[in-house]
Design a protein around this ligand. Sequence first.
Ligand SMILES: O=c1[nH]c(=O)c2[nH]c(=O)[nH]c2[nH]1
Length: 324
Amino acid sequence: MSSSTEVSYLSHARYGKDKVRVLRVVRDAEDAGFHHVVEYIVTVLVEGKIDVSYTQADNSVIVATDSLKNITYYVAKVSPHILNPERFAMHLGTHLVSKYSHLHKAFITVQQLRWSRIPVNGKEHRHSFFRDGDEKRIINVEIDASNGKDKLVAKVKAGINDLLILKSTGSSFTNFIRDEYTILKEVDDRIFSTSVDLVYNFTPIPITPPSDKEKLDFSVPTDAEKKGSVWDASLPERARTVTLEVFATDDSASVQATLYKMATQIVTENAGIEDVSYSLPNVHYVPVDMSYIGKENLNPAQAEVFIPLSAPSGLISATVSRKH
Ligand SMILES: O=c1[nH]c(=O)c2[nH]c(=O)[nH]c2[nH]1
């Protein structure tokens, strides 16, 4: 950044549009009455030679945030990758840094809301959907053109937010530090409930720059289905399945130990993933003392009535990284 005063200079600048909400309908290529829908909340931000807009009040370098919003809708209309949020985000970011010579980086975040097919008489409906939960897929893409418009690099992370899960046994918590602050009893059986936030980071990958005049080409490599890479369209569902299955089947010694098993399995099974992070609140369910009415409800093996505590909760997080 060039401009500076006696004591300060512009050291960082990034701008764009937040909360661009878009729903896209895709009519199936073989059967136009069979619809696919995705709903995204998109953040589209750019960096580059934009310092004079801050330091000199010179707007000539600004692609208006309104235009960035319009470009988001346009790419949502024309991208053949719209149903895949990672590819859509990479396509949008690639278009921006390719079209505007002074923009060197694009940062695209896509939050995908759930729309699942309504089952009717045991069959998934062709064009009717329901919101089955608050869980979201989150995709973060940086398209970096700072080494040249012909040497684009994509840095992609993806994951899940707000996936609420609970198991009613198969979880214990013992052997922790006991001192003058300790009230908590050791338990060999308890409820374990959490709201999963999962993020996995891919190894940065090269992106083929668009060759058309409009800079709208976006090519997916031919080894697109290569397991465990950014291009692996089945990876998000597999990471979700690992999360759910490890949670369900682990004889959990702690949130920490179960988290580690989930993260380790995802890194092990996906060669393109550099690291996996989870943030897991330990949502407490407290057995009600029913001795007032002569009912045993405190013994973990007999407890049946619990108070869900909205606050406070534990908060357990960790990152498991690939060794090189
Ligand atoms: O799995 C747990 N990890 C902790 O660190 C902790 N601390 C606590 O009070 N309960 C639990 N449970």
